[in-house]
Design a protein around this ligand. Structure first.
Ligand SMILES: Cc1cc2nc3c(=O)[nH]c(=O)nc-3n(C[C@H](O)[C@H](O)[C@H](O)COP(=O)(O)OP(=O)(O)OC[C@H]3O[C@@H](n4cnc5c(N)ncnc54)[C@H](O)[C@@H]3O)c2cc1C
Ligand SMILES: *[C@@H]1O[C@H](CO)[C@@H](O)[C@H](O)[C@H]1NC(C)=O
Ligand SMILES: *[C@@H]1O[C@H](CO)[C@@H](O)[C@H](O)[C@H]1NC(C)=O
Ligand SMILES: *[C@@H]1O[C@H](CO)[C@@H](O)[C@H](O)[C@H]1NC(C)=O
Ligand SMILES: *[C@@H]1O[C@H](CO)[C@@H](O)[C@H](O)[C@H]1NC(C)=O
Ligand SMILES: *[C@@H]1O[C@H](CO)[C@@H](O)[C@H](O)[C@H]1NC(C)=O
Ligand SMILES: *[C@@H]1O[C@H](CO)[C@@H](O)[C@H](O)[C@H]1NC(C)=O
Length: 635
């Protein structure tokens, strides 16, 4: 063959092969997903330490559960100090099997305390004190959580080193996972040793579902692989897609989308774990009004099941888990190691911000009438591709403030957005409220995201929130609108803070939307988050409990009363939500519970208000102030 012909042929062949790969293959596993645990590796550990080796075996196949009764089930998970707690020798052998990635945890603020001499460090303490509200500080720690109120408040930064700091609700050990085999080892070890297990990604969860006293934690933060497919062609799916490692966060996905000229569905917050709790909980996004929920975008997942086996989950492979892992909640059916999500063409965004308050010319009643007017546009705005993110707060007795941060028009120019909002602004003017909108055009989601949102604040010693999905009729029927305004006003007058989303989970024929996300999401153009009444940072447990009780049983009860049969968003919800099964999943709950029994018959996975959690309790709790600081026991 002549050299020129040869090179032309190879070039064509390579191109053809490359195209084929892009067009017809499902995403191959990441390299960290190819290192699976083998029986030989378990036998190797057993040779060196028979006790540790005996704790690493796989669990039963959920399709073929054994008929013979197992040993009697312990009523509680073992706890540090219990006779059955694994010995140091066993922990060391387990660590060796993991390749040395086991971390004995210390509280993030321990460097501030004399009673942690091994980590005591004044400079480090100062760094932690200054950055406590920054999510990135907690993100990089193997066990910290961003709502320390529910950890039990046992170790905050301080300038008095003589106070005491304890582990409280933080996990005892954490595995800094870099390979699937380590997740398999950790699941097998926790199941066989009856040690409490938690899955910790970023620690963003409102209820601290990523921590637990006496637990072994699987820390997924280091699983950062990210692959873009310009033409993902797996089964019937065609078009752009991303495969994301479990530790990838929203801002990383948005940056990759920008670089590749596409849009990805993620949240408003920079550091939420997209493949972790976000997708598992449902996931809302500024582009949900175009494409649906975050969970709807998932084409497949790779998952280590409670029995330690590693599987791919999609429409065709383990379809029951494909349904449950998209909206059923985190830490329930296994550890997700990666997800493949659909991506969309890049679209421009135009945002609008403005603020108004009560004033000598705008009475409180007029202010609340303006909120009612806004509600009448909810359906129209979301149908046009807009997403409204707003705050309503009391700024003094009988004084209130409304602000957009921002009103977000997907695929709109400034003139298009202006046309959309003009009737609404005219209504405000009719009430004597004149506003000065700041309208800004952006070329893409990432640029609008960066122009709109700064770093989030976390780490409050006392703060928490609740939420409710309000169905269409609450924004259409005049009497319902007034009842909704009245219910909201009551909570804001009493000291609550409303963070409102005018949003919808759009129907999207390009993806599979038959999943575990609460059906209420498909009917509700309003998700309202309510921040609890302010407490001083030194509030007692009793004060926290009393404050929480008011929010759950009075403020939120009024919200529930005006939206009967609806629900709420489990990822941004009340830690005391009554009847959480109905509130988070509605008619999907019975099926989710059945799948929990099938895939996790020993109760390896537990999280507060997760599917099946009603079968467990944590010792030493006071009503309305649940924390992770106690033993986990079966009811
Ligand atoms: C400041 C802030 C802003 C937010 N903004 C948004 C938003 O814009 N849109 C939105 O929808 N939500 C938002 N949320 C809520 C967020 O989606 C949830 O808190 C979500 O659960 C966070 O997931 P994570 O993996 O980052 O956090 P984590 O707290 O680490 O995990 C959350 C839960 O998922 C489990 N989990 C994590 N990874 C895995 C895994 N790989 N396999 C199995 N289980 C796992 C954990 O065990 C835990 O139960 C926000 C929360 C905060 C605090
Ligand atoms: C696990 O092993 C590594 C490497 O030997 C070591 O650095 C680490 O401290 C060990 N972890 C525990 C909990 O002992
Ligand atoms: C308040 O109303 C008065 C009388 O109508 C008017 O002169 C004034 O400009 C208004 N103030 C504002 C801030 O709109
Ligand atoms: C965005 O607008 C353009 C032009 O109006 C239209 O062709 C396109 O389909 C829109 N994209 C989406 C996602 O709505
Ligand atoms: C309008 O909003 C943009 C984006 O947030 C900001 O950069 C700009 O300073 C604002 N303009 C005014 C006049 O406030
Ligand atoms: C709703 O409230 C507005 C004022 O806030 C009032 O004008 C209207 O009559 C009320 N509508 C109903 C149906 O109660
Ligand atoms: C909290 O601190 C304030 C101000 O320092 C003090 O007045 C109050 O008594 C403290 N409350 C408690 C419960 O310690």
């Amino acid at each position: 063959m002549a050299p020129s012909l040869w090179s032309r042929w190879t070039k064509a062949a390579i191109l053809a092969l490359a195209c084929q790969r892009a067009a017809s293959a499902c995403a191959p596993r990441f390299s960290y997903e190819t290192a699976e645990l083998t029986e030989a590796a378990i036998a190797d550990v057993a040779k060196k330490d028979s006790v540790a080796g005996s704790l690493l075996g796989f669990g039963e196949d959920p399709e073929f559960p054994s008929k013979k009764p197992g040993p009697p089930r312990a009523s509680c998970k073992v706890f540090p100090g219990d006779a059955a707690w694994p010995s140091d020798r066993v922990w060391n052998a387990f660590n060796a099997s993991l390749g040395g990635t086991l971390i004995k945890t210390t509280p993030l603020a321990a460097p501030c305390y004399d009673n942690w001499p091994q980590v005591r460090d004044a400079a480090q303490c100062q760094h932690i004190t200054e950055n406590w509200a920054n999510p990135r500080l907690h993100l990089e720690d193997p066990t910290s959580a961003m709502f320390p109120i529910f950890q039990g408040r046992t170790c905050f930064p301080t300038n008095d080193p003589t106070q005491s700091c304890t582990l409280g609700g933080y996990a005892s050990y954490s595995v800094a996972v870099t390979k699937v085999s380590q997740i398999q080892l950790a699941l097998n070890f926790a199941r066989n040793a009856n040690v409490r297990l938690v899955v910790r990604n970023t620690g963003h969860d409102f209820a601290d579902k990523s921590i637990g006293a006496g637990a072994l934690s699987i820390w997924t933060h280091k699983l950062k692989d990210l692959q873009y497919y310009s033409d993902y062609g797996c089964k019937k799916h065609k078009g752009p897609a991303f495969k994301l490692g479990a530790g990838v966060v929203t801002e990383e996905v948005y940056a990759a989308a920008e670089k590749n000229g596409v849009t990805a569905v993620g949240g408003e917050c920079r550091t939420v774990g997209l493949a972790g709790g976000y997708v598992a909980g449902g996931g809302h996004s500024p582009v949900s009004v175009l494409y649906g929920m975050g969970a709807d975008q998932v084409l497949s997942l790779d998952v280590v099941l409670p029995n330690g086996r590693f599987v791919t989950v999609s429409e065709d492979s383990n379809p029951d888990l494909y349904w449950a892992l998209r909206g059923g909640g985190g830490s329930t059916y296994g550890v997700v190691t990666s997800v493949v999500i659909k991506a969309y063409p890049k679209t421009p965004v135009t945002t609008m911000t403005f603020t108004y308050t009560t004033s000598p010319n705008v009475t409180a009643d007029t202010f609340w009438a303006s909120i009612g007017k806004f509600f009448t546009y909810f359906d129209r705005f979301t149908n046009a591709g807009a997403f409204g993110y707003f705050l309503v707060v009391s700024i003094g007795p009988g004084e209130f403030l409304f602000t957009f941060f921002p009103f977000w028009g997907n695929n709109m120019t400034a003139p298009q957005l202006t046309t959309l909002v003009t009737p609404y602004l005219n209504d405000l003017a009719g009430l004597g409220i004149t506003v000065t909108p700041n309208i800004t055009e952006y070329p893409s989601l990432l640029t609008a995201f960066e122009g709109s949102w700064g770093p989030e604040q976390v780490g409050s010693p006392v703060g928490h929130a609740a939420s409710r999905l309000f169905p269409k009729e609450n924004f259409q029927n005049p009497a319902k609108i007034n009842a909704t305004v009245a219910a909201v006003r009551y909570a804001i007058e009493a000291g609550g803070v409303l963070v409102g989303y005018n949003i919808k989970a759009a129907a999207n024929p390009a993806v599979n939307q038959d999943n575990a996300v609460h059906p209420a999401w498909r009917k509700s153009p309003g998700l309202f988050i309510l921040g609890a009444g302010q407490l001083p940072p030194n509030a007692t447990d009793a004060q926290i409990a009393a404050n929480a009780k008011v929010m759950t049983t009075d403020w939120m009860q009024r919200w529930r009363d005006v939206s009967p049969g609806s629900g709420t968003y489990l990822s941004e919800s009340d830690i005391n939500e009554p009847n959480f099964q109905q509130a988070f999943w509605g008619s999907n709950y019975a099926k989710l519970y059945k799948l929990k029994q099938k895939y996790d018959p020993t109760g390896l996975f537990y999280a507060h208000q997760a599917v099946g959690s009603e079968d467990w309790y944590i010792t030493g709790q006071i009503p309305y102030y649940p924390t992770q600081n106690g033993k986990l026991c079966r009811k």
